[in-house]
Ligand binder design. Structure first.
Ligand code: IMO
Ligand code: MG
Length: 408
């Protein structure tokens, strides 16, 4: 009963969708277990069109897999419906979609609060995607969230929304000087979504347990990444969920003992969107090279991504934290044409060499990377499909990553 977890080992945008794609037809179920439409993956539809997905797993394109949105996801129904329509228009069969009734809904007050709170934070802002993710998870934990199953009971939906807005409208109006959210208009809007989403809402846990009992392959497709994890990332510059492998069990409702493989994806360098510490970040021409050649602009918000060298401390942390069995390195070709390719193998913090993530965020902020310099290569490697087809210098660089302690 193989359950495979796929996670990002850095700060997101590692190319997780590409790996899902390669697992392709061997996957019977593809499940999203955390986050919401803060994620962004560009997929190529069967007829060759490029299309950006935010809420649906990128495995939605695997022709036979059942697509599952697990209980750990926060669902903006408007975004979900537009993705359903977008895929259907492109000839993708969306009748395979199942949404957990326990997933939480992103409501208009979540979106409003996300944006206004960021504005008030000023230079201390997180740099969120502004999609209401943090406020929706906040309400979930505070036990005042509204769930997908509430769409099926108009009486409950109204009761819960009235209760939530009793507080949130005061905050929006009195603290942030914003317009209050109208209960009736919101109910009307969400009941329309309810009618369209009804056929997809299901008890996804039992469905996945049965699948695992039959020996089907279930892919738990992570969005975001290890360093954006609420508990294990660079808090508070994180997303409000648990994208790590442990989060896959909670967010999909499958037991830890069902997991047979954890695949981590990492770029051959590093990127990050939004605020927060990033020891190997570059502010020079090399950073420009990575951004330009790697097309490092956000799929969700269009923001420039911050770029830097590969960080083995982060890689080691991710591999140990997630119990990684397989590490995939993406976008090696972006490094082509650089005279030297430095690899961060440790940090210096307050005059001491460290190989593991420091305990405090303050120390992480003060970490100076220790680099190993590698000679670059100029040969075009975009067509290389085997290790043997890579130039010696590229092969040596990858080998040095492999040799880092405690990587799989
Ligand atoms: P994928 O799945 C990169 C970042 C945001 C911000 C922080 C919090 O494409 O790898 P949020 O809106 O989640 O409250 O924002 O997290 N962030 C991502 N960065 N890739 C993502 O997803 C991200 N999802 C959230 O930029 O810094
Ligand atoms: Mg992204």
């Amino acid at each position: 009963m193989p359950a495979i977890v796929l996670i990002g080992a850095q700060w997101g945008d590692e190319g997780k969708g590409k790996v899902t794609d390669q697992l392709g037809e061997r996957v019977d179920y593809v499940v999203r277990y955390s986050g919401g439409n803060n994620a962004g993956h560009t997929v190529i539809t069967p007829d060759g069109q490029k299309y950006a997905l935010h809420l649906m797993p990128s495995g939605a394109l695997s022709p036979n897999a059942v697509i599952v949105i697990g209980n750990g996801v926060v669902v903006d129904p408007k975004v979900l419906l537009s993705e359903i329509d977008g895929l259907a228009e492109r000839g993708v069969d969306v009748s395979r979609l199942r949404i957990s009734g326990d997933a939480h809904l992103i409501m208009p007050h979540h979106r409003a609060l996300d944006r206004v709170v960021e504005r008030y934070l000023g230079s201390s802002r997180i740099g969120t995607t502004g999609r209401g993710i943090g406020p929706a998870y906040g309400d979930k934990v505070a036990r005042m969230g509204i769930r997908v199953q509430d769409l099926l009971d108009p009486g409950i939906l109204r009761k819960k929304l009235e209760l939530a807005l009793r507080e949130k409208n005061q905050v929006l109006f009195k603290v942030y000087n914003r317009k209050a959210i109208d209960v009736d208009a919101t109910i009307e809007e969400y009941l329309e979504y309810a009618e369209r989403l009804r056929p997809y809402i299901a008890e996804t846990r039992v469905m996945l347990w049965d699948a695992l009992d039959r020996g089907d392959t279930v892919l738990l497709e992570g969005a975001q990444a290890t360093m954006l994890d609420m508990d294990h990332g660079t808090y508070p510059f994180v997303t409000s969920s648990n994208p790590t492998a442990g989060g896959a069990c909670v967010g999909a409702g499958i037991p830890p003992t069902a997991i047979t493989k954890v695949i981590a994806v990492s770029k051959a360098y590093t990127t990050r969107v939004g605020s927060g510490p990033f020891p190997t970040e570059l502010f020079d021409d090399n950073g420009q090279h990575l951004r330009k050649v790697g097309h490092e602009y956000g799929t969700t918000t269009g923001r420039e991504r911050r770029c830097g060298w590969f960080d083995a401390v982060v890689a080691r942390y991710s591999c140990r934290l997630n119990g990684v069995t397989d590490l995939v390195i993406t976008k090696l070709d972006v490094l082509t044409g650089l005279p030297t390719v430095p690899l961060c193998v440790g940090y210096e913090i307050n005059g001491k060499r460290v190989d593991d993530m420091p305990m405090t965020q303050t120390d992480f902020h003060h970490a100076t990377p220790i680099y190993e310099e590698h000679d670059g290569w100029w040969e075009d490697i975009t067509k290389a499909r085997t290790e043997a087809e890579l130039p010696d210098n590229a092969r040596r660089y990858i080998a040095r990553i492999e040799e880092q302690p405690r990587l799989p």
